[in-house]
Design a protein around this ligand. Sequence first.
Ligand code: NCD
Length: 304
Amino acid sequence: MHQLIKATDFTREKLEKLFVLADKIEKNPKKYRNSLKGSVVATLFFEPSTRTRLSFESAILRLGGSLLSTENAGSNSSGIKGESIEDTMHMMAGYSDCVIMRHGSNDSAECAVKAQPNLPFINAGSGGKEHPTQAILDVYTLRQIKGKIEGLSVAIVGDLKYGRTCHSLIKMLSLYDNIEIWACPVRGLELPEEYVVFMKERGMKYFPVSSLSGLNPSVDAIYQTRIQRERVEDKSIDLNAFVINKKVMARFSENTLLLHPLPRVDEISTDIDGDKRAVYFKQAHYGIPTRMALLLSVMGKAKL
Ligand code: NCD
């Protein structure tokens, strides 16, 4: 696999192999510190990012690679002059050995790899549609803490319409058997029908509810999300409809994990940061070994 566009680019076997490699990196990071020596990796972010860009850049540096980075490529690069993704990719093929790109358009990753089919490429978020590397670290987090993914029940909460992390998470979880997805969308930000159809086709169980109290209290994980204010057009949407705080978490089992792709705004109250079920910072840290493993794979240094 030298290009990652979407969550379903993975088979279950490939994903498991990636996780095993991430485990090895976690145990012995020094062993990999020269793996990308002599390689140049470009991070092109046309949309804001903290965790995804910095964890990728940290992963590149920890593997001994060199970095070519444009933060805010939409305003600091030729993107603002109207340069196409295709032309950008043609340039990057001469400047770098791998491109990691985030872009506001849903089909940006497809456009990029079409322009340069041989250049290693990683989609770091495309419009409201896909964020496959977030799904990798989300599923890895569940695997590390719960021990397995099969049979897990996950409640996705918040902006299920524009939340690309939820879309990629559903797709990646579909690689495992007996998954239950509970959905608690903010009114007006419901999960698009295509994902409901997808879950049905893949035999996943789906339980939509309209309030947090409708969720099964013994669900294995709650995946809270931020309202994607930058994509939401309807001004009547209640941005604070579902805030998860101590009181809300008291209703859930002591084994119900609370995840969030971050950044959080107000949708998780800081009063539960100390709760052992709140694993979002740990989840963000898992971005390092998983992204290191992915880089080794797309750049041909490890076979999945
Ligand atoms: C997410 C994204 O960019 O989609 N952030 C991230 O990469 N961890 C979630 C968000 O912005 O709300």
